[in-house]
Design a protein around this ligand. Structure first.
Ligand SMILES: [Zn+2]
Length: 86
């Protein structure tokens, strides 16, 4: 059974992360997962949602809060994302 890895943008390290499925992400900083199947799509999704910002301080306050909330709820539940229907 193959589960897609999680593609995320990290606003702490300022770059994309890829986390293997069903493992605890090694980065605990401010990253946002995207429901995509390639790193390239993740970069596009990040660009669409957050523009050119690479780091948290380059985002407006409400976006920063959104990212922190996403990260906190992810850390609390530690659930892999729903696998896309194949
Ligand atoms: Zn990171």
């Amino acid at each position: 059974m193959s589960v897609s890895p999680v593609y995320a943008w990290c606003f702490d390290h300022g770059r994309a992360h890829t986390f293997p499925a069903d493992t605890k992400p090694w980065c605990t900083a401010a990253w946002v997962p995207f429901r995509v199947s390639t790193e390239e799509d993740a970069l596009e999704a990040k660009q669409a949602a957050y523009g050119d910002a690479r780091f948290l301080h380059q985002l407006p306050g409400d976006k920063q809060l959104e990212i922190i909330e996403i990260q906190e709820s992810w850390a609390r539940h530690l659930q892999p994302p729903a696998a896309p229907a194949q």
